[in-house]
Design a protein around this ligand. Sequence first.
Ligand code: SF4
Ligand code: SF4
Length: 411
Amino acid sequence: MESFCESIKKKGGNSPLFSCAKCGACAVVCPVFRVSGKESHTARGKLHLIETLGLAESSKVFVDIFSACLLCGACSAVCSRKIDITKELVAARNTFSSLAGPHAYEKYITRKLLDYPGGLTGFRVLGRTGEKLLGDRLPGNSGLRKRLALFRGEFPVEAFEEQPRQVAPDAKRLTWFPGCASRYLFPEILASCRSLLADVSVSLDIPEGLSCCGLADWAAGDREGAENNSLKNIEALEATEGAILVSCASCFAHLKKYPDLFAENTDLRIRAERVAARVVELSDFLEGLGEQKQYKDDEKSRQLRVFYHDPCHMRHEPATTDKAREQLQRVPGIQIVELADGPRCCGQGGLFNVAHPEISANIIDQLVQDVLALGPDVVTSTCSGCLMQWKQGLAAAGSKVQVLHLAQLLK
Ligand code: SF4
Ligand code: SF4
């Protein structure tokens, strides 16, 4: 396969990479630039480096610069030249070893866990036990305390695993892609999704053979790993019929990208298109139910101030975040609180928080401070990665504000 450098040389002046107007619109919206202030962290800076030096000059500094991007898509959404910046940056990353750069060992471990997601279950058991034993005893600024905060929960997980609401025997069966984090780390999210839809007589089926959606591989520039995971999912989902409910926003956005991954293979692209056409994100699915789905005025939701965090993958690409807010507005007693300057990235970005923990922590710390000033009781979202980042950010700030998946709040 021709390298990225060869392909941009061949395209020469026709490559979108060379059409940057240097207008700076991408810098204004870039969450990494917002905390680092480095021009090389903007899309404009990275495109300029490729244009002037080419990736043939790649060095540790280059790898570091190109990995310092959340692939949030904010730059692509405002680009005056309509450059698909995230696509170009992923192609650039493809020329480096996906495990190069800082924190390579941590990236390796995380990627291995995602290749064999069943192993995450053991990680959860350890995390829950550690949180119970050590959580509040560790110093407030301890890195371990922040990591263990992932497993702090209002609910005993085992009870949730046993007691999702029962569905009627004649319930409609719906194929479900829950995502690795809910499936293996936070089964309380899984149980809440089941309960949420049991009310409308829908039973959720997870097909055999599902894998990680492949977003982490794709973001790291590991095309082979991304294609392998995607192919496993395409095969598993082809064995099913009808709509495919996806309860993690980032998995949803990535499943929609599958046809692009196989753009050069007509057969696989057509199969990927068929699967991508069937996926429906949770809040979109709930909206489709209309009045059939009712929310009760119960003790738990009454007078709750809720901050809804827009996952970047929903905000910039399919741009469908209003549907989650519409569902929340239908719950009696919930009051949505919003940031005056609009939604912001949380700094999680797949493995970005593993590769660049300091930048990632700065992004979430600033966001947490601004959101806490709104006095929320709950932070909610539909991306498991964002929820993990929020749990750690709020724990670092010493806050007890709850972090719940949208299904946990609506069920
Ligand atoms: S994708 Fe997001 S983090 Fe990356 S350069 Fe664009 S705005 Fe910045
Ligand atoms: S918004 Fe687009 S055209 Fe403007 S500087 Fe950024 S990449 Fe270049």
